[in-house]
Design a protein around this ligand. Structure first.
Ligand code: SF4
Length: 364
């Protein structure tokens, strides 16, 4: 952490953000890394794992998502997992070194009858000493409060893209709906995880618009997942052109500059990134990843490959975003990194019956 403390602003103008996108690449990365060092250890990365607690058959029409019932992607649908089964997954994730357990359900919003189950999941996973995150779709006030009362630490709800481009991607709920859910989450006292997806055919102006929305919330989201589109056969975006990886890195860098204290998560799309691109993303200020072999329903780099990359870059896993007092778990995780030959390290999603995803492809 450096003496330089960049201001935390909530009044970013679109032109200012576009000017950042238009900076020479090296200047942008230098600025982003300088901001990053003001609030974070540049050699630490927070790691989470994700469990899909209810897969597929979603009524929404998010054009990137294999879980939408509207697209024939061959995805096997699964009902809401039993609480005991979720707890078993969480135990396995913890035993493999995870400190946060994220649970995602492909819903438009949870129904009243679902709430006792999901709140029970939160309580039981927390009893294991894990941080909890959920992504369940839109929430009503009372649902947000129920989750907060159960002890849920984070709620994920992505904005996906700019307000202007949003209608090209989703028609079944509005941008305003999403902002209102984020507002309810914040008012309930939970932390917010909100980001978007790059590579859906949007312009730099749209990327700037997404980040402007996130940065100008009354408080910055504590976690900002930036996903690279995973083109899934059967979805409307399956044939989108390749994204220039440097455009992805620029988006990470601008997110870091706009939200200096937030964890910027390198999320979906890592399977399509080589190690060099991921290293550049860390240099641009990304300091969080999901690990496991699948994110909700799309591939994620093999867990052991993540570990090897950490080794090669001398990166250390951070214990967790908030509860930094549990040094025992941190020590155990670091030991596992040291013993990198251990093939079982990092949550092996291949062992899991239910597909693992992230807030990512299902930006529920
Ligand atoms: S992103 Fe979420 S809300 Fe959209 S279709 Fe997929 S599961 Fe449903």
């Amino acid at each position: 952490m450096s003496a330089f403390e960049p201001a935390i602003r909530h009044d970013w103008q679109r032109e200012e953000i576009l000017a950042l996108f238009n900076k020479p690449f090296m200047d942008l990365l230098f600025q982003a890394q300088s901001v990053h060092r003001a609030y974070f250890d540049p050699n630490q990365v927070q790691v989470s794992t994700l469990c899909s607690i209810k897969t597929g058959a979603c009524p929404e029409d998010c054009a990137y998502c294999p879980q939408s019932a509207r697209y024939d992607t061959g995805l096997e649908r699964e009902k809401l997992m039993r609480v005991d089964a979720v707890v078993e997954e969480a135990k396995a994730a913890k035993a493999a070194g995870a400190t946060r357990f994220c649970m995602g359900a492909a819903w438009r919003s949870p129904k009243s009858k679902d709430m006792p189950y999901v709140t029970d999941m939160v309580r039981r996973v927390k009893e294991l000493g894990l941080e909890t995150c959920m992504t369940l779709g839109m929430l009503k006030d009372e649902q947000a409060q129920e989750l907060a009362d159960a002890g849920l630490d984070y709620y994920n709800h992505n904005l996906d893209t700019s307000p202007e481009y949003y209608g090209e991607i989703i028609t079944t709920r509005t941008y305003q709906d999403r902002l209102e859910t984020l507002d309810r989450v914040r008012k309930s006292g939970m932390k917010i995880c909100a980001g978007g997806i790059v590579g859906m055919g949007e312009s730099d102006n749209d990327r700037a618009g997404l980040l402007q929305q996130l940065a100008n919330l009354s408080e910055h989201p504590e976690s900002v997942p930036i996903n690279m589109l995973v083109r899934v056969s059967g979805t409307p975006l399956a044939d989108n052109p390749d994204l220039d990886p440097f455009d992805f890195i620029r988006t990470i860098a601008v997110a870091r500059i706009l939200m200096p204290k937030s964890y910027v998560r390198l999320s979906a799309g890592r399977e399509d990134m080589n190690d060099q691109t991921q290293a550049l993303a860390f240099l641009a200020g990304a300091n969080s990843i999901f690990y496991g072999e699948k994110l909700l329903t799309t591939p994620n780099p093999k867990a052991n490959k993540d570990m090897q990359l950490f080794e090669r870059l001398n990166l250390k896993p951070e214990q967790r975003e908030t509860h930094v007092d549990d040094s025992g778990e941190q020590a155990a995780l670091e030991q596992k990194i040291e013993a990198k030959k251990n093939e079982a390290f990092f949550y092996d999603a291949a062992q899991v019956k239910t597909p693992i995803n992230s807030d990512v492809t299902a930006a529920v």
